[in-house]
Ligand binder design. Structure first.
Ligand code: ZN
Length: 315
């Protein structure tokens, strides 16, 4: 009996080290909406894996069938508040989650749960294979820290506005509507390379004459403050006078909408329709290779990382 007691004690100690100790010693995740923090060392967060696993088996992972059944239910029913307001289900975010865990399986598949468990294990979450609010929160922190605007804001406070000489106007055939839209010239050049490739690679994107048109770019800080205060129309859930659009690196682009929905409506049905569009799905899989990162709550908002900026990386 003594050896049995000893073995059980060792197993209990090992489990404590694996599941309890790391989370007990991990720093609390940074507040993600409040970006104007004092300077501090910030982690360089690498971009997700580009290539999906070859030969991945989606419907055969016996250990994850129960987790898959729960994901299949909760993808449309999970009550949570990932961006400060209550939402039901995580289907809107399924493309980003699949990209993050590098799977080509559908969210309802055991193979998806298996890949998610691998991600959870690597990121100090219990490897259940179920997408729960804690796992989503851990992903959300990583998604925020990939945004150049968040990295800069954390390092130095609200970033300066782009200088007029750094800006260039998008062409008439690149914008949605008839307004003049300016962006930083290097960001616009990267954008043009990416859009050309997207249209080359996906006929559905090439056929959609509105897909990937730009509807907002650089916004002068004064004008943005006014818009934010007078209309309550801010880019973040938490109202902030410091918008990413001051940098000239932020693009608002057409990725579809629900019938009758605006191209920038945060209505959940609208965001769900956007998340299903070929343009958005292509961007989620490929944009990081061109230096573009999404603010996940807004499928239309993408930011470019200048290659010289800390935190920027290319796959
Ligand atoms: Zn925006």
């Amino acid at each position: 009996m003594r050896w049995l007691f000893l073995a059980m004690t060792l197993i209990a100690a090992a489990l404590f080290v694996v599941y309890v100790a790391p989370s007990a010693t991990s720093p609390a995740p940074p507040p993600v909406e409040a970006v104007a923090l004092p300077p501090e060392p910030y982690p360089v967060v690498s971009m997700p894996v580009t290539g999906l696993p070859r030969g991945e088996v989606c419907n055969e992972a016996p250990a994850f069938e129960a987790a898959a059944a729960r994901n299949a239910l909760e993808i449309d029913t999970l009550p949570f508040s990932p961006f400060g307001r209550p939402e039901t289900g995580w289907r809107i975010y399924a493309p980003q989650v699949a990209s993050e865990i590098a799977t080509a399986c559908a969210p309802e598949d055991p193979g998806f749960a298996n890949a998610l468990a691998g991600w959870q294990r690597a990121h100090r979450q219990p490897p259940t294979g179920v997408l729960d609010p804690d796992t989503f929160q851990a992903m959300k922190v990583r998604w925020h820290l990939r945004r150049p605007f968040v990295v800069l804001s954390r390092a130095t406070g609200c970033p300066p506005a782009a200088t007029p000489t750094s800006l260039a106007a998008a062409g008439e055939d690149e914008v949605y509507g008839s307004t003049v839209i300016e962006l930083r010239a290097d960001a616009l050049a990267a954008w043009r390379r990416m859009v050309a490739d997207a249209r080359d690679q996906d006929p559905a994107i090439a056929r959609d004459r509105q897909a990937l048109l730009i509807f907002s770019g650089y916004r002068a800080p004064d004008a943005d403050d006014l818009r934010c205060e007078s209309q309550g129309n801010c880019d973040n859930v938490v109202r902030t006078p410091c918008s990413a659009h001051r940098t000239g690196l932020a693009f608002d682009i057409v990725v579809g909408s629900a019938p009758g929905g605006r191209v920038d409506s945060t209505d959940d049905a609208n965001r769900l329709a956007m998340s299903r569009s070929p343009a958005y799905r292509w961007l989620v899989r490929n944009a990081h290779r061109y230096g573009f990162v999404n603010y996940v709550f807004e499928p239309w908002h993408w930011e470019w990382s200048p290659p010289e900026q800390p935190g920027a990386s290319r796959a």
